[in-house]
Ligand binder design. Structure first.
Ligand SMILES: Nc1nc2c(ncn2[C@@H]2O[C@H](COP(=O)(O)OP(=O)(O)OP(=O)(O)O)[C@@H](O)[C@H]2O)c(=O)[nH]1
Length: 360
């Protein structure tokens, strides 16, 4: 089933929500991660040149600058990536390269000089780019442990190592705070956008999909159905004598009947079925995988279930038209129109009944 189709189920699982959030983060953060990687490459180049000007190193400048190439390649590869895991792995690779650079540039350090560790900047500078906890933890571990080769194997005394760990602990704590606040803000934004989208897509009275959204999702679902060469049917359903209910008992009674009708439709349908409110008291249901005969049976079950809803003046009844999608790739507009015509025939036939549309 198409992802978008599953996305708007009311019972989307927590795992679906988390996956959707990670993709949302990747879309939002992708450009920033790319920009920060370019900045990191630039900063590395400037750092190497600056250190070459102020102190000598046993390693030639060109060798140290060579690391710029993989840094730039990683930054370029990130440009169009929007898959969360790939983005995280590329960002981790960038941190790894920078840590290698820190070791290369601190190599041959003289103990009397204070050890300036640009790696202390890394946890804070990268704090907001980590999409999950695992990549944040891996990045911080890399930042903390990355300079260990030069600290343990180079000319560094115990005081400098102690200083390094104190500063690194401060930097990582700062990074954790920044990341936590950023994550909270982004999650609130994600939920808000989700709510706004849901409001724009669903009918406030019945909670069903609004016409345009129903048609959009039904179109995608039909594409899948055609590809898989499976049958599908459309039900077009219209409440009978609804004007009379409103006129005699008021709009509140009409609204209550529509809510009960929507509840009955939801109760009768499978998770894969798509239900939309097409207009006032008209509804459409797409039944993927069902042929005309099975869809007719489902429509009959629904008709009987709706009859159990009592209006002040008697049972609520519906007229239903059923149309089966032809195998030649019929579009959603034509399928809906044929189901609508069948529904009108059911009205003309006396209402509270089901009529199947002839094949097109
Ligand atoms: N209460 C309420 N009424 C609605 C809503 N939307 C549409 N209606 C009413 O539904 C009624 C539809 O009336 P008609 O199209 O004449 O159809 P009908 O009376 O059901 O007659 P048949 O369809 O021929 O059986 C109108 O009175 C609309 O005002 C709604 O959201 N709430």
């Amino acid at each position: 089933m198409h992802y978008l189709f599953a996305e708007h189920r009311h019972h989307a699982s927590d795992a679906d929500q988390r996956r959707e959030y990670r993709h949302y983060l990747a879309r939002q953060m992708g450009p920033m991660i790319h920009a920060l990687m370019l900045m990191a490459a630039l900063a590395y180049g400037v750092g190497v040149v600056a250190s070459a000007l102020i102190r000598s190193s046993p390693l030639p400048v060109l060798l140290r600058l060579a690391l710029l190439l993989p840094l730039l390649l990683v930054a370029m590869a990130t440009r169009h990536v929007r898959r969360p895991r790939t983005l995280s792995l590329l960002a981790l690779l960038c941190v790894l390269l920078l840590e290698i650079g820190i070791n290369l540039n601190s190599f041959g350090h003289v103990p009397e000089q204070p050890l300036v560790m640009p790696g202390l900047l890394l946890p804070v500078a990268s704090s907001v780019i980590w999409l999950g906890r695992w990549d944040f933890a891996a990045a911080m571990a890399m930042c903390a442990l990355g300079p260990l080769p030069v600290l343990l194997l180079g000319n560094t005394d115990d005081v400098q190592i102690f200083q390094y760990f104190v500063y690194m602990a401060i930097a990582i704590s700062l990074s954790a705070v920044l990341r936590a606040f950023m994550a909270r803000t982004l999650f609130a934004q994600f939920r808000l956008e989700q709510q706004l989208r849901e409001q724009a897509y669903t009918d406030g009275l019945t909670g069903l999909l609004l016409r345009n959204r129903f048609l959009e999702l039904a179109r995608l679902a039909l594409d899948d159905i055609h590809r898989q060469q499976k049958p599908a049917c459309m039900l077009f359903l219209d409440a009978d004598h609804f004007k009379q209910l409103n006129d005699d008992y008021g709009h509140a009674a009409g609204d209550a009947a529509l809510i009960a009708l929507a509840t009955a439709m939801r109760g009768q349908m499978r998770p894969n079925d798509l239900i939309g409110r097409i207009g006032g008291e008209e509804f459409a249901i797409l039944l993927p995988g069902l042929d005309l005969e099975l869809a007719g049976q489902r429509a009959e079950q629904l008709r009987v279930a709706v009859r159990a809803i009592l209006r002040p003046d008697g049972p609520l009844t519906v007229s239903i038209g059923v149309a089966e999608c032809d195998q030649a790739g019929e579009n959603i507009g034509s399928l809906l129109a044929r189901a609508d015509q069948a529904m009108r025939q059911a009205k003309r036939g006396g209402r509270d009944r089901i009529v199947s549309a002839p094949g097109c």
